[in-house]
Ligand binder design. Structure first.
Ligand code: ADP
Length: 541
């Protein structure tokens, strides 16, 4: 079950991990892309805002009402015009060709008459080809952060400047108004990384920002750490002025979709694993219960088979018994008939005691034969100690061969070769049981031979054992069966022909007498079974 579960889990986990990684990187990319898109759209809006402010001032400078010597009323009108377009305009000033502010309107009247010729923005505007400039945020004469939009105009070879300052707070409000996206925070920094526009809660104007984007790369996204919190920051440079717009969003918000997707994925993974685990568990249990039932059934079947084999064995045995007993009985019946005929005076036969005695001897022999068979049967069934008698092994072999067997083998064209060693002594064995053993071996040998063949019965004495080998020229035994041939009920013979008991019973018998049976066989070249019996004679211990 564990194997099944692991087998399911590993590919599933690998697949989930793979999809998770793919999904993770896609969502991460999409988080960056969406922040970049926000930054790009804000940048365009800011650029547009600044362009509009430049145009406002430009239009004023080039309007018909414009005069090279504006009085304060003129200037107030200009400022009114500008503030009508946007309230970020704080003041307006006109600078003559020497850089002196000769006209001014706004909240810092002290600026009238100020010489701007040494101011950075003024020098830059005079030195560049472009006729307008948007300055960085600076403190200037008024000592208050502001930035300036200035327009240059040449009239009759002299260069005049119209300038207006813008309120960074208003600019910030404008930036706020165009910011969208959850927890998105937008700021503007100059080339050196100083805040130009910033949320007062996030930083101070003109303070150094913790992010300074590279000024030569147009736009990008980076991950920064702000007080231990990872922040995703997209940056892009404005077109109108060298300020970078920084749009930041906490990573947890930018990747919220990813985190949610991960949670859903993990939850579904857990649910899938649990349900598949449960299915595997219940299915395996069901299968195990079924397998157990089948095994029990199999066991019953095996018992039934053994029982059937036993019945078959008994059946075959009974047929054999009937046959073996019928013969002497038939002889007895026939011989009694002969005696009756001898004693019938009508037949005038020789009823002398000698003649009758001869017939009685036949009856006697047949009766003994029947008695011996029943003994044999009893021996087979009995598990008791064998009745050991000093016996001649050759005589027992001849007895078995000489009876039914020889005739049967002749019919099958099987030649019996006796290869007896005359030095084999009479030994202590149970002769009837041994008869049974030899009969089994000879039966098997005969069954193994198809068509003409030979069975060689060899005896010998070696190492204190009398050995009798029954060798046949039959079909031999499959090597994989060699280990099983002595097992009770192992048979390769057709149903009704073999019971698989012969060798197991024979081995039992021989072992009870202190001996053993060994088998040798070459498939296709015959088999030989050797019975080794201790060469004990009566009087031995
Ligand atoms: P059975 O003769 O009823 O099958 P046995 O126990 O006597 O039972 O023999 C078991 C099996 O051993 C036989 O079915 C047969 O396959 C194999 N066997 C025994 N003797 C021989 C032999 N002489 N030649 C080939 N196979 C044999």
């Amino acid at each position: 079950m564990a194997g099944l579960f692991i087998g399911f889990l590993i590919p599933h986990a690998l697949l989930s991990a793979y999809f998770h990684l793919q999904f993770h990187s896609t969502l991460k990319k999409s988080g960056k892309l969406s922040l970049s898109a926000i930054a790009e759209s804000q940048k365009n809006t800011i650029d547009l805002f600044l362009q509009e402010r430049v145009v406002n001032l430009f239009n004023l400078f080039h309007s018909r009402e414009f005069t090279l010597e504006p009085d304060s009323q003129n200037m107030e009108n200009y400022l009114g015009n500008l503030r009508q377009t946007n309230d970020a305009f704080v003041d307006v000033g006109f600078l003559n060709d020497r850089g002196v502010q000769t006209g001014y309107a706004g909240p810092f009247p002290a600026l009238l008459g100020k010489d701007y010729s040494n101011e950075v923005w003024f020098k830059t505007l005079m030195g560049q080809s472009e006729d307008y400039l948007i300055s960085d945020i600076y403190l200037g004469f008024r000592n208050k952060p502001h930035f300036t939009i200035a327009i240059r105009q040449s009239i009759d070879g002299r260069r005049y400047v119209m300038r207006s300052t813008l309120d960074p707070d208003k600019f910030y409000m404008f930036l706020r108004s165009i910011s969208h996206g959850k927890d998105v925070d937008s700021t503007l920094v100059n080339r050196k990384g100083y805040f130009q526009v910033v949320d007062p809660g996030k930083g101070n104007l003109l303070a150094l920002s913790d992010v300074t984007p590279e000024s030569d790369s147009g736009a990008g996204v980076m991950e920064i750490d702000r007080n231990g919190e990872p922040i995703l920051t997209a940056y892009t440079w404005l077109k109108e002025t060298p300020w970078a717009l920084l749009v930041s969003q906490p990573l947890s918000v930018a990747h919220a979709d990813m985190y949610r997707a991960r949670q859903v994925l993990i939850a579904s993974l857990v649910v899938i694993i649990l349900s598949i685990g449960a299915i595997i568990y219940y299915t395996t249990r069901k299968l195990m219960v079924r397998a157990q039932a089948t095994a029990e059934k199999g066991l019953t079947l095996q018992h039934q088979l053994i029982h059937a084999s036993k019945l078959a064995a008994i059946g075959e045995l009974s047929t054999g018994i009937a046959h073996e007993i019928n013969n002497p009985l038939a002889i007895i019946i026939a011989t009694t008939g002969v005696i009756k005929d001898l004693l019938n005076p009508d037949f005038h036969l020789d009823a002398s005691p000698e003649a009758i005695g001869k017939e009685l001897a036949i009856i006697d022999s047949a009766a003994f034969r029947a008695k011996r068979i029943t003994h044999q049967l009893l021996d087979l069934g009995r598990k008791s100690q064998p009745a050991m008698v000093q016996s001649d092994v050759h005589a027992i072999l001849d007895d078995v061969l000489g009876g039914l067997k020889e005739r049967e083998f002749q019919k099958k064209n099987i030649e019996i070769i006796r290869n007896y060693d005359p030095d084999v002594p009479a030994i202590l064995i149970d002769p009837d049981a041994m008869r049974q053993v030899f009969l089994n071996l000879l039966n098997n040998a005969g069954d193994a031979i198809e068509g003409p063949g030979t069975i060689t019965v060899t005896s010998g004495l070696a190492d204190g054992f009398v050995r009798v080998t029954v060798k046949d020229s039959g079909e031999g035994i499959e090597p994989e069966y060699m280990k099983r041939i002595f097992d009770p009920f192992f048979t390769t013979k057709d149903v009704g022909k073999g019971t698989g008991l012969g060798l197991s019973v024979s081995r039992n018998i021989v072992e009870l007498m202190g001996g053993r049976i060994d088998a040798l066989s070459v498939k296709g070249a015959g088999s030989s079974f050797t019975v080794s019996l201790p060469a004990r004679v009566s009087g031995d211990n």
